[in-house]
Write a protein that binds this ligand. Structure first.
Ligand SMILES: Cc1cc2nc3c(=O)[nH]c(=O)nc-3n(C[C@H](O)[C@H](O)[C@H](O)COP(=O)(O)OP(=O)(O)OC[C@H]3O[C@@H](n4cnc5c(N)ncnc54)[C@H](O)[C@@H]3O)c2cc1C
Length: 591
């Protein structure tokens, strides 16, 4: 082993949650902290800052290039599971949507045996991470936004198609509650979704380390060392099962390095990365480890299990001219828009292409199905909840729309010049299907096996198909959009002619794609839960001085989008480390 360095705390993964943990710990200037990232610093990676360039980060050296294992329930399709591989991680490549989820979601986490994770604590951390820049026209809910956190958020200027579809949502029983995605109290409504964008630049986990709006782009903390291009291959345990170091592979893999740790190691490698490194370290289900020739050190059955994700299905409509932003992308206009962004941080590439956002429940529709009613009787008798595990104050589905033809890369039918299209995207919340992450080999350079099992539970398919059917009714019958829509796009898709649920079932199996929200693979839970990997203080069971802070610890995916949650998890982890190591910043400052 080459050169050895020693730090008080080592944080692995400089994505979304990792920088939050590192920067908050570094507030105590007496501590030495190391942050390790496999990718590079994002300071010169334009497409991590120019919001409209996000998809240009995919499928290359800055993506982990993970693939899902095909499954019959989604027509044996292999899906790309993009994750950012640079400072900022997935926060630097995402859709910038800040949809916190419902207060009930976090009260559920607490009720599952995780004290300290209820809604009031989570809202404290959501606000701590945020600086919200409001607008005079916006009805902000008091106390529901942060004013001095590192992540700058703002509102999106709606295109005419968004205003039109919002009207249609209201028509179909979803009242306008402007700030509902920050307050977490509205399960049925349409509102304005805050974005992690400000002054035309994307706000990412990197903001914790360096204010990228600062023209000098200086690092903020002198006691926080960062190493890029180091892929963590394993956590080193001593004879008492205490984590004492981290081994990394440097660059192309010819060199290895070991960093020693005096206090604690925190894994923030994301929902695919954190279980992978635990398994490579001999921490996980012993049968899975034997399968790839790794000697188990701690038999922890939950590692890599309980993989939960949200699916999205894009349903495109051709619309009359003058409502979408397609015309800004035709021909050489992308280059012009990029020049505008480079010079002024304005224009269509300074914002994401999503428009209207709504939540709803589908109880009335689902009551027509014996499959639902049979499960409902059982679930209400045992848990008091519906078959998706939800209470009436939690939505079944989210609708969000695009303001032009924009979708995952395999949708390859952009309308030609003179035509316009937008998508109604249907996102299924609280799915029952679960998948797993496991190693394919003991070689840390290989990607893991990722089996999502999306739609393998028949109730997920039923709820999803009903949600799509309602989505079509909103678009085609709602007063704002009905007269604008010219038909399905592309016309041969013919979904505007669907009459039955079976047609929508087939459509979702053939078209639904990940919303890039993997979670739960190192889930948090009490000792009584054999699937729990970390306890409520995020400590890995059976191992000393090792914690996990990222979306993998979520016991249940929020009914929303997870980036705000990742920041909150990082913030809370830092506070727990400070408490457990008795780091008092007032005392530290005097030293
Ligand atoms: C395309 C896309 C769109 C999305 N859109 C939204 C959205 O609009 N709103 C929203 O709320 N959420 C969205 N998400 C999800 C959200 O961004 C993620 O859930 C969240 O950022 C995950 O945070 P994390 O800290 O768990 O992991 P990440 O941010 O992925 O961080 C993990 C970090 O660890 C590094 N790493 C991994 N393995 C190793 C290793 N072995 N050694 C060293 N470093 C390693 C990675 O490079 C990365 O920097 C989207 C995600 C994607 C990919």
């Amino acid at each position: 082993m080459a050169f050895v360095e020693e730090y008080d705390f080592i944080i692995c993964g400089a994505g979304t949650a990792g920088p939050a943990v590192a920067a908050r710990l570094a507030e105590d200037v007496t501590l030495s902290i190391l942050l390790i990232e496999a990718g590079q610093d994002n300071v010169n990676l334009e497409n991590t800052q120019m919001v409209g360039g996000w998809s240009l980060n995919f499928d290359g050296p800055h993506d982990w290039n993970l693939l899902s294992t095909p499954h019959p329930s989604t027509s044996n399709r292999t899906q790309k599971l993009s994750r950012g591989k640079f400072l900022g991680g997935s926060s630097a490549v995402n859709g910038t949507l800040m949809v916190r989820g419902m207060r009930q979601d976090y009260d559920d986490w607490e009720a599952l045996g995780n004290p300290g994770w209820g809604s009031s604590q989570m809202w404290h951390y959501f606000n701590k991470s945020e600086t919200f820049h409001s607008e005079p026209w916006f009805k902000e809910e008091e106390g529901m936004h942060g004013k001095c956190g590192p992540i700058h958020t703002s509102l999106h200027p709606n295109a005419p198609i968004t205003e039109a579809v919002t009207k249609s949502f209201v028509d179909k029983g979803m009242p306008l509650v402007e700030d509902m995605f920050a307050s977490g109290r509205t399960a049925v409504g349409v509102g304005h979704c805050t974005r992690s964008v400000w002054q035309g630049e994307r706000s990412t986990g990197a903001q914790y380390l360096r204010d990228s709006f600062d023209p000098d782009k200086k690092w903020r903390h002198k006691n926080l060392n960062k190493v890029f291009g180091h892929t963590v291959s394993r956590v080193i345990l001593d004879e008492n099962s205490r984590a004492v170091g981290v081994e990394t592979i440097v660059g192309d893999g010819r060199e290895k390095k070991v960093f020693r740790c005096k206090k604690e190691i925190i894994l923030s490698l994301g929902s695919y990365g954190s279980p992978k490194v635990l398994l490579l370290s001999g921490i996980g289900p012993k049968e899975d480890l034997y399968e790839v020739g790794i000697q188990p050190k701690i038999d922890l059955p939950g590692v890599g299990k309980n993989l939960e994700d949200h699916l999205t299905v894009f349903v495109f409509y051709e619309v009359k001219q003058g409502y979408t932003t397609d015309h800004l992308f035709h021909g050489s206009k992308f280059d012009k828009a990029r020049d505008q962004w480079r010079r002024f941080r304005t224009g269509t590439l300074s914002r994401s292409h999503f428009g209207a956002f709504a939540f709803t429940r589908l109880d009335d529709r689902l009551r027509n199905h014996s499959l639902w009613n049979d499960e409902l009787r059982k679930s209400q008798a045992t848990t008091g909840r519906d078959p998706m595990g939800l209470l009436p104050n939690q939505p079944h589905v989210e609708y969000f729309t695009t303001e032009r033809y924009a979708a995952p890369k395999h949708y390859a039918n952009p309308p030609p010049e003179g035509k316009s299209a937008f998508a109604n995207i249907i996102e299924l919340f609280s799915p029952r299907s679960r998948g797993y992450v496991k190693l394919s080999t003991s070689d840390p350079k290989e990607n893991p096996i990722i089996q999502h099992n999306w739609l393998s539970d028949p109730l997920d398919v039923l709820v999803y198909a009903e949600a799509c059917k309602l989505g079509a009714e909103i678009a085609l019958e709602g007063s704002g959009s009905k007269d604008l829509i010219l038909g399905a796009w592309p016309p041969e898709d013919k979904h505007t002619e669907f009459n039955t649920l079976e047609e929508w079932e087939k459509y979702v199996r053939e078209n639904a794609t990940t919303c890039f929200h993997p979670s739960g693979t190192c889930k948090m839970g009490p000792v009584s839960d054999p699937g729990a990997v970390v306890d409520a203080r995020l400590r890995v069971r059976g191992v000393g001085c090792l914690r996990i802070a990222d979306c993998s610890i979520m016991p249940k995916l929020n009914n929303g989008h997870p980036q705000a949650v990742a920041y909150a998890i990082g913030e809370k982890c830092a506070d727990m480390l400070k408490e457990d190591w008795r780091i008092d910043l007032r005392t530290a400052a005097k030293l």
